[in-house]
Design a protein around this ligand. Structure first.
Ligand SMILES: [Zn+2]
Length: 67
């Protein structure tokens, strides 16, 4: 399932146990091992993309790693 945290960012949660820890390599839940269907992953990616576009230039902190 996909839910949204208080800041509006989408987060993936396991359909089976509800936990939010996923093995991104294997696309499976850390807790119960349930696999995430590709369509769920795609849906999540879309939600994330929508969120990023809405967030606009708020990610500039990431680039300020000048030494
Ligand atoms: Zn799980």
């Amino acid at each position: 399932m996909i839910f949204y945290n208080p800041s509006g960012a989408p987060e993936m949660a396991c359909d089976e146990c509800g936990c939010r820890w996923f093995d991104r390599i294997r696309n499976a839940c850390y807790e119960c091992g349930a696999e995430v269907p590709a369509e769920k992953t795609a849906e999540f990616e879309r939600a994330l993309e929508t969120f990023r576009q809405r967030a606009g230039g708020q990610q500039t902190q990431d680039r300020s790693s000048r030494t």
